[in-house]
Every structure is written in C-alpha cells, then in structure tokens.
Design a binder for this molecule. Structure first.
Ligand code: NDP
Length: 285
C-alpha cells in the first residue's frame, strides 16, 4: 500500500502554502503522507471531491471558493462547522465524510500565541464572508465585551449577527452590525477598538476596507490589528501602524488551522509531537 494521500482544494491553488506546512508537520511527527494541490473548476467541487475520496484520498483541506460546497458535500458536520456554515477540513470517520472548520480555533490560538487575550475586549470585525463566518463562533466563546461586524453590504453583516445572536447571548457579548460606510462617519462607534480583524478580501486587491477617516479613529496604540491575508504588508496594516497599533498578518492563523486539520487526520495523540510556532518561524525565514 502507498502513502496516505491528502490535498488542499481551491481555485486558484497554485500559491497555497498548505502542502509545505503539512510536509513540515509530517516531518515533526515522523508521519509518512502525501499532500498535494487540487485545482478544481468552479461548479465542479462535488464531482472532484467524490473522485478524490473514491480513489482512496484520506483527507482534504478546502479553501476559497469551495468552503460552502464542502459543507454541502459532507455527510456529517462538527458543531462548529454547522454554526459557521462552512467547512475547511474533510476527513473520513467510520466510512462517512466528516466536515469540520478549524479556521476560528486557528485564529484564536494565533492571537493567544501573540499575547492577545480576548475576554472583556472590544472587537471590530471587518467583513462578513466565509472567513468571518468561520471565526465568529470561536471568537464569541472567548467572552469579549462586545463585537461589531462591519461589512461593505449591510445584508450579510446583519445575517451574521442574527445567526450568532444566541451564542453571543450565551457568552454575554454585545453583538452588532454596521456597514463599512458607517465606520467612516464620526460617531461613538468609532472610539478605538482593542482588536480589529480584517476578514475582507480587500487586501487581495491592494486596497483597505476602511478609509483614512475611519482609520484615524479605529486604531490606537492600545489596539491590535489582524489582517487574515498573508505574504505582503497590506494597506490595512500600514493604516494600523500609522495609528500606533500592533499588527499581524494571517500566516499564523493558516499554520494553526493546518495543525488542527493534521491532528484530525493523523490522530490527536500527535499534538505534543508538532510545533506550529516553529513552523511559522521557518516559513517566515
Ligand atoms: P469571501 O469572498 O467569502 O468574502 C469576502 C468579504 O470581503 C466580504 O465580506 C466582502 O464584502 C468583502 N470585500 C471584498 N472586497 C472588498 C473591498 N474591496 N472592500 C471592502 N470589502 C470587501 O472571502 P473569504 O471570507 O473566504 O476570505 C476573506 C479573506 O480572508 C481572503 O483574503 C482570504 O485569503 C483570507 N483568509 C485567510 C485565512 C487564513 O488562514 N489566514 C483563512 C480564510 C480566509 P461584501 O459582502 O460586501 O461583498
């Protein structure tokens, strides 16, 4: 029998760092496995995933734009994937395809590793797409004081706030929504935030979701600004630095969500054998 086969599926996928990250985890944990890239045509996710698992594939990471397709493809969902309505990790459990979402846990662990505690804090989340959905639950479970979801279009932000309303109540978090345009207006919403997360795709197009008006109010020397994008200093990060905030890109989140996927596939008993922070240092060098 050959090596167990895993892959990351997306479109585009050529620049994904996931194969490198998983090979590094495999090396740390002395696991023999193959991890490749799967470029899938839009609207063909289910067929491609079906073929992958039918051919003996053991697990799949799923990235843009297929996280919702992966949710629909899975036979069973973890509670956190169900809540997020999105899946980034597929595995086989007792003959069934199991969908999970490790993005939020990855973000929270990366924040903790950078010394950022969330309890009692004020969080501003920019964006209400797949990435925002994936991390909202795990962030609320950290019991911040309040959280505002700001999106370009109003509908998606209000939908998220409704969807996560019950969880927010359980953790006694004031959860609100607004538009990005409203952030540009002066008003009480715009006193500095403890944590500002850019979960929009704006950085991919070299723009920032916020204008200079909002940036001058949102960031302060006590703020921490987190851009989920990685690989380049973004305009959002520059704005945050100008406001005196500490900044981070999203590479740590990528490594931490991969660590969880690796343990789902290869066994949680390996958690002591892997060191995501060492891999992060290696990737940055
Ligand atoms: P989606 O396509 O699901 O959502 C995109 C979001 O960005 C929407 O809220 C959209 O607003 C907003 N948006 C897009 N362009 C702009 C713009 N020019 N100005 C303001 N808002 C904009 O994408 P995802 O949520 O899946 O991904 C978002 C980002 O997060 C991507 O850059 C992705 O690479 C990154 N990511 C990083 C991860 C990591 O591990 N580090 C994990 C997952 C994602 P609207 O609703 O109005 O269209």
């Amino acid at each position: 029998p050959g090596l167990d086969v895993y892959a990351v599926a997306g479109n585009p996928i050529a620049h994904s760092k996931s194969p490198t990250i998983h090979q590094l985890f495999a090396k740390q944990a002395e696991q023999k496995m193959h991890y490749g890239r799967l470029q899938i045509d839009l609207n063909h996710f289910a067929n491609a995933a079906q073929s992958f698992f039918a051919a003996g594939g053991k697990g799949m990471n799923v990235t843009v734009p297929f996280k919702l397709d992966a949710r629909d493809f899975a036979d069973l969902l973890s509670p956190r994937a169900q809540l997020a309505g999105a899946v980034n990790t597929l595995s086989i459990q007792e003959g069934k395809i199991y969908g999970d979402n490790t993005d939020g846990a990855g973000l929270v662990r990366d924040l903790h590793a950078q010394g950022i505690e969330l309890q009692g804090k004020r969080i501003l989340m920019l964006g209400a797409g797949g990435a925002a959905r994936g991390v909202l639950g795990p962030l609320l479970e950290q019991s911040p004081k309040c959280m505002t979801v700001a999106n370009r279009s109003n509908a998606k932000a209000t939908e998220l706030v409704e969807l996560f309303g019950e969880l927010a109540k359980k953790y006694q978090v004031t959860l609100e929504s607004c538009t990005l345009a409203q952030l540009e207006d002066s008003g009480t919403t715009n006193s500095p935030w403890d944590l500002i997360i850019n979960a929009t795709a704006a950085s991919l197009g070299d723009s920032s979701p916020i204008g200079s008006q909002a940036a001058s109010k949102i960031f302060s020397p006590g703020s921490f600004a987190y851009d989920m994008v990685y690989g380049k200093p973004t305009l959002f990060m520059q704005q945050a630095l100008q406001g005196g905030a500490r900044v981070s890109d999203g590479l740590g989140m990528l490594v931490e969500q991969a660590a969880d996927a690796f343990l789902i596939w290869r066994g949680s008993n390996l958690s002591q054998a892997i060191d995501p922070r060492a891999i992060l240092v290696e990737l940055r060098s």
